[in-house]
Design a protein around this ligand. Structure first.
Ligand SMILES: [Fe+2]
Length: 260
């Protein structure tokens, strides 16, 4: 399997704290069936301002250690970039990283709302040849309350990645309901681990794919896996036409906000 979003690299954000942690995460990823990882530390201005050169060095250090230990995991790099006003300029200047060698960029919203004028940003990113992937929209309160808000962004050209823990139920029933609803509307293009450690937010990508197969059918799992390969190989993802659905009542029972 390919994982396009995780916090494997050590000492850069709220993911692995040191090289030992990172190795433990890598072992659990391989145990889960992951062969290639896009390590995507947070970029959030004023909180996580890691320079891309540091990310490259950290990935090299970890890859060397994994090779030494015989752990068969390919580590590629990217960033989970919090949407901010200078995003386009920072990407064009090379201060921020796309996913691997691709034109896909992983973007994070605040948990409470969709950033203002994000449709315009999607349009401008597309003009520069970049494809935005929205990280875990199922955990955004505005989208959970109105999935049509996400549908509008997808119609503009945004792609969406939901988190494995949302499908397995680790984030609770409300988030799971939202995640499945977004999948059924064909607003989801990828499942990724968003793993932060080997204990409380571990790799459970295989469990998430099993949950998706059980609820949505085996075909959609192949669709998600194929799209993850598309990112690594920098080829177009497959789109399913978006669908309108009535909102399940359970979405709004016990809804609460989550941090990334
Ligand atoms: Fe993340």
């Amino acid at each position: 399997m390919i994982d396009i979003h995780c916090h494997l690299l050590h000492g850069l954000d709220d993911g692995s704290m040191n090289l030992e942690d990172a190795v433990a995460m890598a072992r659990s990823a391989v145990h889960d069936g992951v062969s290639t990882i896009l390590a995507t530390p947070h970029y959030n201005r004023g909180r996580y301002d890691t320079d891309s050169s540091v990310i490259r060095e950290r990935a090299k250090e970890l890859s060397t250690e994994l090779e030494h230990l015989g752990i068969p995991l390919r580590v590629m790099i990217g960033q989970e970039i919090r949407v901010h006003s200078q995003l386009l300029e920072d990407l064009e200047a090379g201060h921020l990283l796309p996913l691997g060698e691709s034109s896909y960029v992983l973007l994070e919203f605040p948990s409470s709302r969709v950033p203002q004028r994000f449709e315009e940003m999607v349009h401008e990113l597309r003009i520069t040849g970049l494809r935005p992937i929205i990280a875990h929209p199922e955990r955004n309160a505005e989208i959970a309350a109105d999935p049509g808000r996400l549908a509008a962004l997808v119609e503009c050209g945004a792609l969406c990645q939901i988190t494995s823990h949302s499908l397995t139920g680790r984030f609770g029933r409300s988030v799971k309901s939202v995640a499945l609803d977004l999948c059924r509307r064909n607003l989801v293009h990828f499942i990724a681990s968003d793993a932060h450690n080997a204990t409380t937010r571990p790799y459970e990508l295989s469990s998430a794919y099993r949950a998706a197969a059980e609820k949505l059918g085996a075909d959609i799992v192949e669709y998600y896996k194929r799209n993850a390969r598309a990112v690594v190989h920098n080829i177009p993802v497959i789109h399913k036409p978006t669908l309108q659905r009535r909102r399940p009542k359970s979405l709004f029972r016990g809804w609460s906000l989550f941090r990334s």
